[in-house]
Design a protein around this ligand. Structure first.
Ligand SMILES: *Cc1c(COP(=O)(O)O)cnc(C)c1O
Length: 372
């Protein structure tokens, strides 16, 4: 699905120079590269504060902890997402209120969110910018603002995407809510050579709290004002990310070029739906995810596997139906769109190193499958 080695090879000299510097400095924890990367990311995003941490899941947890929500209160989260978004809510003894997603964009459905705001006292909303495209932040943002509910954007999959707000202003995903969270898991669009994560905010108090929480709740050495955790971005990973951030826009264009090619090749196939675009958002294509009729999807996946073409179902089970969250009382049928997507989505290979030969081969076999 990705070619991390090919990508590394292109920037090997730059990476090794940075890594060498870290080795020679031996400042492995909170070395200068961590600060440098934070500043570079802040500028790239047009944010005010960046707090780095251990991974994207920790970022979500730190964000929720910083909101200081009392035990048991309700947090809205899409039913169709990666488990991490839901897990941190449960871990902190908060209550997830699942929200249905839009069948075309796969993102949180604002109309359903609106209904849930009327029905429940929500204390936070976590939209996820799934597969690399922003959720409907104009409507979600308005609903949140009108009801005074903070928004945490889970931006693990969409770093670098641009979103046009209703007032015409263009912002990067992860900088529109009260807090944005990021993951630098190796296969993400900005991937480290190990784990990494970050938070973005323009709120000075939140920034202070999140920084403390990520570091044992420490306000000054050995003084702990908050219950925190130990979540750090390694200096080595920061050094690598510093290099890769300079290439992020190029990486995004390359992914977009692959997506445009798939779109062209597949747009006439009946039985396959190419990914829908939200007019307000650019799409950075962390995944290129097609929809195929229930039943047919698994047959296509098996067919591709016989041709050595990898494909992945992100995600086969909606979060409200996971055993871990059964205590929250949802059942089959609670979220028909999310449940159906689990049976219909399929992500095809997309990355920065795709060759023309790969594209011809993949497109040829996908088209052969549908054209019989
Ligand atoms: C990857 C991912 C995370 C978690 O990031 P880690 O760095 O692996 O902890 C959270 N949410 C979404 C939507 C993700 O894709």
């Amino acid at each position: 699905m990705v070619d991390l080695f090919g990508q590394y090879r292109e920037i090997e000299t730059e990476i090794l120079a940075e890594v060498k510097e870290v080795m020679e400095n031996t400042a492995f924890i909170n070395g200068p590269a961590v600060h440098d990367f934070s500043m570079a990311l802040k500028d790239y995003l047009g944010s005010k504060y960046i707090i780095t941490c251990g991974n994207g899941t920790d970022a979500l947890q730190i964000a929720l902890m910083a909101l200081e929500l009392p035990r048991g209160v309700k947090v809205a989260v899409p039913a169709f997402t990666y488990v991490a978004t839901v897990e941190v809510i449960a871990l902190l003894k908060l209550t997830p209120v699942f929200i249905e997603v839009d069948p075309d964009t796969f993102n949180m459905d604002p109309a359903h969110l609106e209904g849930m705001i009327q029905k429940h006292e929500l204390r936070a909303i976590i939209p996820v910018h799934l597969y690399g495209q922003s959720a409907d932040m104009n409507r979600i943002g308005k609903l949140a603002e009108d009801s005074g509910i903070p928004v945490i954007e889970d931006n693990a999959q969409a770093i670098g995407a641009d979103y046009q707000l209703a007032n015409g202003e263009v912002k990067k995903t992860g900088t529109m809510g009260n807090i944005g969270t990021f993951s630098f898991f190796p296969s993400k669009n900005l991937g480290a050579f190990g784990d990494g994560g970050a938070l973005s905010t323009i709120d000075t108090d939140l920034a202070k709290r999140m920084k403390m929480i990520a570091n044992h709740g420490q306000s000054s050495k050995y003084i702990h004002d908050l219950v925190g955790l130990n979540s750090r971005l390694d200096t080595l990973q920061a050094a690598i990310l510093k290099v890769k951030l300079k290439h992020l826009d190029d990486y995004i264009s390359r992914r977009q070029a692959v997506a445009a090619r798939y779109d062209r090749e597949f747009s006439d196939l009946s039985g396959l739906k190419i990914p829908a675009r939200d007019k307000a958002s650019t799409h950075v294509f962390h995944q290129y995810t097609i929809k195929v009729e229930t039943g047919e999807r698994d047959r296509l996946k098996e067919f591709l596997a016989t041709k050595n073409i990898p494909s992945v179902v992100y995600y086969p089970v909606a979060q409200h139906l996971q055993k871990a969250y059964e205590a929250f009382g949802y059942k089959e049928g609670s979220f028909p769109v999310s449940e159906q997507l689990c049976k219909q989505v399929l992500s095809l290979p997309i990355h920065t190193q795709m060759k023309e030969d790969d594209l011809v081969y993949i497109c040829g076999h996908v088209k052969a499958y549908f054209n019989g």
